[in-house]
Design a protein around this ligand. Structure first.
Ligand code: ADP
Length: 311
């Protein structure tokens, strides 16, 4: 079983409009999904045929509704309850633009967090791989993911950590190391205070190798959108590239990449296969209008076109 963690989920509501009229009535048909990065990972893992359990925190009427949306998607879930209402995030797609209104989400109490931590410890015992994605809700300390990673390490279960900002920094500063981190180029530049482009992979790879915070992490992958990705594993640097495709909706490509990595790592795949699987998922998501969803019927074509080379 692959366990996915979403600490700050949302009911994602998308509205498609030809024109957004400001200061007047816009009539819309909503598309609602159980959202948050970890739930995108879950949906893609379901498509890949994995046995998935989604966990995290959810509360109130919106939390109950999120459970129904996960049921409708066939995602097994076991979330810890909180008193606060699960948030709603609005995504207005209009004239080629994407205007988002994101609620910050509920505040979590120390007792609620302790309940989740205990649940997580139980679920990890049954997992072959764990993915931890996204931001932490209010009330949860920035280094909380370190605690979850430590529990995975104690249980001997690989753990993939996909977060940014303070929670990524806290994890990198810690002696407790996840199996894989996957910042994108923007996130890694923010962390290093640099402005590397996809043309400067060798320089960026050297900067990461020299950076103490990345030592001891078995897999460090930097994803670079249409330019593919590169990653370190087992003392080697790998570069993954794919032929260009017309991207329809690249939102959730990073989450889909994490799903691909988890799928391959849980299956004990070699390094090149892990990277190939992750990039295939990222790309197939970019080809699909739905976020966190692959054009799965083009798997063979895309998988065979991804090239992984050792740098
Ligand atoms: P994030 O969503 O975390 O910002 P990226 O945008 O780097 O992640 O995308 C993750 C992966 O998805 C990339 O490494 C690549 O394999 C694939 N991908 C994303 N956007 C495109 C695109 N426009 N064309 C082809 N592949 C893409």
């Amino acid at each position: 079983m692959i366990l996915t963690v979403t600490m700050n989920p949302a009911i994602d509501t998308a509205y498609h409009l030809d024109h957004l009229i400001i200061d007047d009535v816009n009539r819309v048909v909503p598309k609602k999904t159980a959202g948050g990065k970890g739930l995108n990972v879950s949906r893609v893992l379901c498509q890949l045929g994995d046995d998935v359990v989604a966990t995290g925190l959810m509360g109130g009427h919106m939390g109950a509704y999120m459970g129904e949306l996960m049921d409708a998607d066939g995602i097994k879930h076991d979330f810890a309850p909180i008193a606060g209402e699960t948030r709603i995030c609005l995504n207005i797609l209009h004239e080629g633009n994407q205007t988002e209104l994101l609620e910050s989400g509920p505040e979590v109490s120390a007792d609620e967090l302790a309940t989740f931590t205990a649940k997580f410890a139980e679920l990890v015992e049954k997992a072959d791989c764990v993915t931890i994605s996204g931001s932490l809700p209010k009330g949860v300390p920035a280094d909380y993911y370190v605690e979850l990673v430590a529990k995975c390490n104690e249980a001997g279960v690989p753990v993939l950590l996909d977060t940014s900002g303070a929670s990524l920094n806290a994890a990198l500063e810690s002696d407790v190391t996840p199996t894989l981190v996957k910042p994108n180029l923007t996130e890694i530049n923010a962390l290093l205070g640099t402005s590397y482009t996809p043309d400067q992979v060798s320089e960026l790879a050297a900067a990461l190798q020299a950076d103490e915070r990345f030592q001891g992490i078995p897999w460090v992958v930097v994803s670079m959108g249409a330019a593919g990705s590169f990653g370190f594993n087992g003392g080697k640097i790998y570069r993954a590239v794919t032929p260009p495709i017309p991207a329809v909706n690249a939102t959730g490509s990073g989450d889909s990449t994490i799903a691909g990595f988890a799928h391959a790592i849980a299956a004990g795949a070699d390094a090149a296969t892990v990277l190939k699987t992750g990039n295939t998922c990222g790309k197939l998501n970019a080809m699909d209008p739905q976020t966190g969803h692959l054009v799965i019927n083009r798997w063979d074509e895309v998988y065979n076109a991804v090239e992984v080379t050792e740098l």
